[in-house]
Ligand binder design. Structure first.
Ligand code: SF4
Ligand code: SF4
Length: 294
């Protein structure tokens, strides 16, 4: 067990203060530092864009930053956002497919700020290999996107994975990815960090299967699940797939709540989101607001 994590009170406090994990923490801000451009899998609902300002959804950022740039940005943000509690790495690709940048960013920020909470989002493919190092770097909150625990369904969702330089597709890709997600979740449980599962609900593809996903992961110490509607993206395989109505998503959450706590306030934020969940701001906007207030 990793000693730094055993301060349970501290961990509970971090969870309470985290705007995504603690539903009462809406006044606290988080920043997503977009230092992870590459992804090691291809989901059929995803198209990543690095220069898009007018879309608000995961995988979108105005700019990709280097670790040094992200650090400089963090220092500036700390001066302006007094309620900043969480640094997240949520793409625009996968944090663990860009592990060196992720690691460097976390190290730089931790040297400067021993208090801020670190939060990582990942598809989980490389989680068994990097979980320990991330926890040792001080990551206490994880989000792993698990859309299926059935190979046939997984094969419909994931176009391919790139695993140690080799491309796998179809059932083979889904088998490797799902095995690593579950192995990674087991490790996170062992390390006693706080883990959330994201599930993208795809109409007619995995929506009927999501309660099985939740049942499968619930014994792995998962704190809660975040079932979110698919946002159709131009150019993706699921571009023309109908989205589930909000009532259908709510119903799914109600069913799954029997097994696991449900997140109901996710905003499906950009990879460079800054601010509170209800008031995402660009950096220039943050600096402007601050200078007019001061
Ligand atoms: Fe896109 Fe995330 Fe899927 Fe990678 S894991 S393809 S970034 S949705
Ligand atoms: Fe929180 Fe959802 Fe935004 Fe992630 S996408 S930061 S879980 S509100």
């Amino acid at each position: 067990k990793i000693a730094v994590l055993n301060d349970e009170i501290h961990l509970e406090e971090r969870t309470r203060e985290h705007p995504c994990f603690g539903p009462g923490a809406c006044r606290n801000a988080r920043v997503h530092l977009p230092i992870a451009p590459r992804c090691n899998i291809q989901c059929n609902y995803c198209v990543r864009k690095f220069d898009c300002c007018n879309e608000s959804r995961p995988g979108v950022t105005s700019k990709v930053l280097s670790a040094n740039e992200a650090f400089e940005q963090y220092i500036e943000l700390k001066k302006h956002l007094k309620n900043l509690k969480v640094v997240g790495i949520a793409g625009p690709g996968d944090a663990l497919a860009n592990f060196e940048e992720t690691k460097k960013t976390l190290k730089l920020i931790r040297m400067y700020d021993p208090e801020v909470t670190f939060c990582i989002s990942t598809n989980g493919l490389m989680l068994p290999f990097y979980a320990r190092e991330l926890v040792e770097l001080g990551v206490t909150h994880f989000t792993v996107t698990v859309n299926a625990v059935d190979v046939e369904i997984g094969a419909k969702i994931y176009k391919h994975i790139n695993y140690f330089g080799k491309l796998y597709s179809g059932r083979e890709a889904a088998t490797i990815l799902m095995a690593n997600q579950l192995a990674g979740l087991k490790l996170l449980k062992e390390y006693e960090v706080v883990t959330k599962i994201n599930c993208v609900a795809l109409k007619g593809i995995n929506d009927h299967h999501i309660p099985d996903v939740i049942k499968k992961v619930k014994d792995l110490g998962i704190y809660m699940s975040n079932i979110m509607p698919h946002i159709p993206v131009v150019g993706s395989v699921f571009e023309y797939l109908d989205t589930l109505k909000s009532e259908d998503i709510d119903e799914l959450r109600n069913v799954c709540e029997i097994d696991l706590k449900q997140m109901r306030h996710c905003r499906q934020c950009r990879a460079d989101a800054v601010g509170t969940l209800d008031n995402d701001l660009s950096l220039s906007e943050i600096y402007r607001q601050c200078s007019t207030k001061c």
